[in-house]
Design a protein around this ligand. Structure first.
Ligand SMILES: C[S@@+](CC[C@H](N)C(=O)[O-])C[C@H]1O[C@@H](n2cnc3c(N)ncnc32)[C@H](O)[C@@H]1O
Length: 312
């Protein structure tokens, strides 16, 4: 699979800089363990290892078996410094502890989908006619087709509204339920056609991406996993260790922002989210919506309000 283009990392320099800066002055020879919660094509993990001393180890998590298989090949020169885990990052405590580690030196997460998932895995893209799957972890039961064929109208409307702030969420949910009375949902173009018939052409692409986003979030339980990892991580971090999260839509960014602001063990480092430069956007359009937020473990944080450090 390594001949296939997998993913172009977004905000790579900024992310690893925030993460690694915490340990710049540490003495040589200290073994540090970082967690890359979203391995994908391995861009972040590789950069962390390149920019760190030899002793540094990365626990590289992805729930998608293709990401793990791909990175085992392309990062083979670092194999002694990477612990691959095909798991859900929502289980971060168990993942770290089961490897015998108690504390970690920092955590990164780059949310959403890889380019490979969008272009090669079934269900994620509305531009290709594929099975309505959308499972990042193919061993799980629930698929996008299950959601569309079995959820009640109100639940569907709630998903579309909550997970994608979709206009006409109730009407679209009603249409979905109406449609499946005569035909089961099996492929992505059925959804595309259903929406094309209801939405003015100028809104079609943005509504399609919202609809697919909402179903994908439901299938993969994305927001709950994100809340769990943000809540559980600070406890496992050493003093001064950093958590860096890159998100691509407002729901995720809001969860990250609120979680790091309200955690009494974290000091926020990014007053405003860091965004991609014009240059990066011109080279990689996916970076346009990226928002990076970072925080540092500080158990002695005074008062309830965060004092922001100067942004990098
Ligand atoms: C945007 S890609 C990461 C790209 C990576 N930073 C790189 O440089 O190539 C996001 C990855 O996170 C994975 N992912 C999303 N949610 C996850 C979860 N809850 N647990 C584990 N992996 C997850 C996806 O399967 C996908 O491979």
């Amino acid at each position: 699979m390594d001949e296939v283009f997998y993913h172009e990392p977004v905000l790579l320099r900024e992310t690893t800089q925030y993460l690694l800066e915490a340990h710049k002055g540490d003495s040589e020879g200290t073994k540090r363990v970082y967690v890359d919660c979203t391995l994908g094509g391995g861009g972040y993990t590789k950069k962390i290892l390149e920019d760190s001393p030899e002793e540094t180890v990365v626990i590289a998590i992805d729930r998608d078996v293709y990401a793990i298989e791909h990175c085992k090949k392309v990062l083979s020169e670092y194999s002694s410094r990477i612990i691959f885990k095909q798991r859900n990052f929502g289980e971060i405590i168990d993942i770290v502890q089961s490897e015998g580690f108690e504390k970690i030196a920092g955590i990164v997460m780059d949310l959403g989908l890889s380019t490979f998932q969008l272009s090669h895995e079934a269900g994620f893209s509305y531009q290709k006619d594929t099975a309505l799957d959308m499972r990042a972890d193919k061993s799980q039961q629930l698929t996008a087709a299950d959601v569309l064929n079995t959820y009640g109208e109100k639940d569907l409307a709630d998903i579309l509204f909550k997970y994608a702030e979709m206009r006409y969420s109730r009407q679209i949910a009603k249409e979905i339920v109406e449609y499946r009375k005569s035909k089961k949902f099996e492929t992505t173009f059925q959804l595309t056609e259903l929406l094309s018939a209801k939405v003015p052409p100028r809104f079609l692409n943005s509504d399609l991406s919202r609809l697919f986003q909402a179903i994908r979030i439901e299938v993969n339980n994305e927001l709950e996993n994100l809340e769990r990892v943000l809540e559980d991580s600070p406890e496992m971090m050493t003093e001064g260790a950093r958590i860096v999260a890159v998100s691509y839509h407002s729901l995720e960014d809001r969860i990250v922002k609120n979680a790091i602001r309200s955690n009494e063990k974290l000091k926020v480092l990014t007053k405003k989210p860091v965004e991609a430069t014009e240059e990066e956007i011109s080279l990689n359009v996916r970076s346009r919506s990226a928002k990076l937020r970072a925080a540092e473990k500080d158990s002695n944080k005074q008062g309830s309000k965060n004092k922001y450090k100067k942004d990098i």
